[in-house]
Design a protein around this ligand. Sequence first.
Ligand code: C2E
Ligand code: MG
Ligand code: MG
Length: 595
Amino acid sequence: MTISTRSEEDARLREAMSLLAATLESTADGILVVSGDGRISSVNNQFLSMWGVPRALVDTGDDEAVMGFVLGQLSDPQAFLAKVTALYADPEAESHDVLSFRDGRTFERYSRPQKVGDRVAGRVWSFRDVSQARRDQERITQAMADLAAQAGQLRSLAFNDPLTGLSNRQLFNDQLAHALAGPCGTAVDVLLLDLDDFKEVNDIHGHHAGDQMLIEVGRRLRACVRPSDVVARLGGDEFVVLMVGSLDADAAAARIVESLKEPLWVDGSMLRPSLSLGLASISADAYDASELLRRADIAMYAAKAAGKNRYLRFQPEMMTALLERADLEAGLRAAVERGEITVHYQPIVASRLGRVVKVEALARWERNGVLVPPQQFIPAAERSGLVVEIGTEVLLRGCTELQPWLAADPARSLAVNVSGVQLQQGNVPELLLSTAAACGVDPRQLVVEVTESVFFDDDCQVHRQLVELRGAGVRVALDDFGTGYSSLGRLQDLPVDTLKIDKSFVQMIRTGTEHLPILNCMISMAHGLGLTVTAEGVETLQQARYLVERGCDSLQGYMLSTPQPAANLPAALALAEAAAAALRGDTAARSSPLL
Ligand code: C2E
Ligand code: MG
Ligand code: MG
């Protein structure tokens, strides 16, 4: 080789070396080159700064010390050492892994042979600091996990009823739609149910007890059906069960009704839940969700109307009952608008005097020449709110028609029935007092009859109005006493003057010789509280005699007179007083001191 070619070679070599050095220094990776005999032949600055190895230490050529420096920083130096040993045993091998540092950093490590032609001359190690990328990745993973957890919570809020943990309406609707889109011929049954008289549980025992009852009902429903069946709370006290592919939905419905007969205890009180359940199944003429639900609803309504605490399967005839109900309400509305609600009056006789001292005004509705029983149209009026107009009309007619009779004797009075719906409006005192004033009736000659159920709502509206009325001289009678959730214990807290014993108790008197402690108890308890007692539904002489002998203050019933229109009232009053006189004579003959 000539001098000039050698210097050309040297120049090319220097250029290649400088290119290599520049390349090594410009990379972000830390690079370490180890010769075939295992000695460090080169490192770049990045390697030194990443590992924190002093340049001077490398320059000493003490590779053991450098290795010690490196190992001291790793979380698992033994594993790294094992890898290094394995690689030196296999000079051709390439490998890659991740190194964790004690201080939390993470490096990616690559190692490949350094070859000159086909010969392995050494090994190149490169390290990349991926700590930030690793942290970012971990943050992303954590954020994804958080999002998934939140989505889960949102999903459960969106699809579960928070009180009972059952599915909610949304989920039920989705599942029903899914079931109806399933294979043809699969049974799909909807069991719609509503607790009977749940409002009273809430009103009497409080909302906590009501909530506990709903939770327990949810539990029992779940226990009555298969795990695959959907049990949802639709809201309030309404639940629904969706059964897909069930062989006997009727049996499940019967089980549900039966399971609620077991009482439950809440805060020391025993509650007896009961429910009305309507069952509807997919069929050729009911194959969409709204029709199935409509049918289940109609069947549930029919179960309530049939006496509650039962289940009924939808029958087409049930539609008729529903139409009748709608027709009744429409007819009643028209009658109210046309002023066709009239009033009949039933005399009430004071036992001691044998005279009619009071009459009760009772609403009457004649439809197509037939009187509709108030037991039918008053509930419809309460449902639709029409009872407010009816009550106002009865009061106005009563005050107008009876004004002369009342004016003739201040001891006489007129009783009107006031529904809880009217009291909810909050203006009963104004209505009564202004009507009385407009008709020239002394408010002290008015009696309002309310049933115990008006006191269930523990809002003080009802109390306030009754107290205000009593302040103006109006008296308050507790109607139908003994039915519903009556309680003799609560009587002393209620703003009432008179107790009207319900006719169902009076009917217990058949011969007049029986022992009926409940009646004695009601009368003496009321007297003990300073209330007067009226017996309703007195139909026979024996009943009248029995009641009078036990101190009942007034009697009302067919034995004295049926309710009559104002035009017939003089005759009705005379007949009632004649009947009372007969009773007086009869009782006098039996030497009662009362008449
Ligand atoms: P109520 O206030 O307890 O009225 C007494 C009911 O017993 C009346 O029924 C009356 O006709 C009936 N009755 C009276 N004596 C006898 C008897 O000896 N035997 C039998 N079996 N029944 C007797 P009616 O007129 O059918 O009214 C039923 C219910 O409808 C009333 O019961 C009352 O709760 C309600 N009602 C009637 N008119 C009105 C009204 O104007 N407003 C409101 N809110 N309710 C009314
Ligand atoms: Mg009454
Ligand atoms: Mg009554």
